[in-house]
Ligand binder design. Sequence first.
Ligand code: NAD
Ligand code: UFG
Length: 339
Amino acid sequence: MANILITGGAGYIGSHTCIELLEANHKVIVLDNLSNSSEESLRRVQQLTRKTLTFIEGDIRNSDDLNAIFTNHAIDAVIHFAGLKAVGESQKIPLAYFDNNISGSITLVKAMEKAEVFTLVFSSSATVYDEANISPLNEDMPIGIPSNNYGYTKLIVEQMLEKVALADDRWSIALLRYFNPVGAHKSGLIGEDPQGIPNNLMPYITQVAVGMREKLSIFGNDYETVDGTGVRDYIHVVDLASAHLCALNNRLTYKGCRAWNVGTGNGHSVLQVKNTFEEVNGIPVPFEFAPRRSGDVAISYSDNSRAREELGWEAKYGLNDMLADSWNWQKKNPKGYRD
Ligand code: NAD
Ligand code: UFG
């Protein structure tokens, strides 16, 4: 049993990870400024697990908030989710992304160093891979400069953490490169709660299915893929959450900084996702083909053998589960946590 600080723990992936950690009998301390989440998610996490966690409303950019946590709780490790994540928004307000994602991470790492806490799991993204790589993407492939500012912040923080670990061998850092997280907890009590018009495919599909939006626009049907639409590696958020527990266990044993892909290793096209959603849930999803979205690649999916071999992690859920669970959450919470 360890004391784990989870930054951004009230958010989509963080709240699912809180469940995994509480169920593994860890003590959970969440720091979140609620800029893209609600405390209701944490109330439901506690309801589901019948365990309590400590919530601190605060900001990773505020060293006083961080120092107080490290002073008041004997933290063993940090899982760092906090940050902004909307690709389009990052093009309009880059400084907010540099501030939250890069400065925030620097402030966190400085506070950890001061408190002599050297175990960190960082939320990175498959977006750090050079676009010229051919899927399946493995961790030894070259990274590239992402075309959007959000992805750029992930690359910078990854590189910064690598250099920090190189300079001081007390550090033990996991860089988890997520592919496309979707789905929700089986209970339908917690899930993804996007603000405004969703950027990502899955919440857009569920909002069309529930009648909040008229139809799905499929961005591009002329890619060199199975049916012309973009291919991605969708990963159930509960599987993604469990990867954090595996990474944590690994990092509490090994030193240095290492990256792992977290994906299923399977690619699915947008049309396959839409059609399977309709089959699994029996709900039509009206759609139209629209022009390609700028910055999108045709195909991105993982080689996940490093995570399976080194972390002992494996994805338990397939596309049908992801689509059923996404719909279950949306159906039960048409307005997300705002009901
Ligand atoms: P989310 O927005 O649901 O969760 C992020 C949480 O961080 C939110 O609760 C937000 O309120 C909080 N936060 C933001 N800035 C903060 C700050 N300065 N101080 C304290 N709290 C702050 O997003 P998510 O989907 O759960 O993503 C979690 C992490 O995973 C993010 O770092 C994201 O970039 C990364 N990631 C997400 C995806 C994805 O598709 N969801 C893919 C790859 C990587
Ligand atoms: N898509 C549509 N219509 C939509 C939304 C998406 O056709 O309304 C398509 C996209 O063109 C793409 C696929 O669905 O082919 C998936 O798009 P998402 O926006 O859901 O996901 P991305 O692969 O573009 O991006 C995700 C995360 C990023 C992360 C990236 C790589 O949102 O944070 O994966 O890890 F950087």
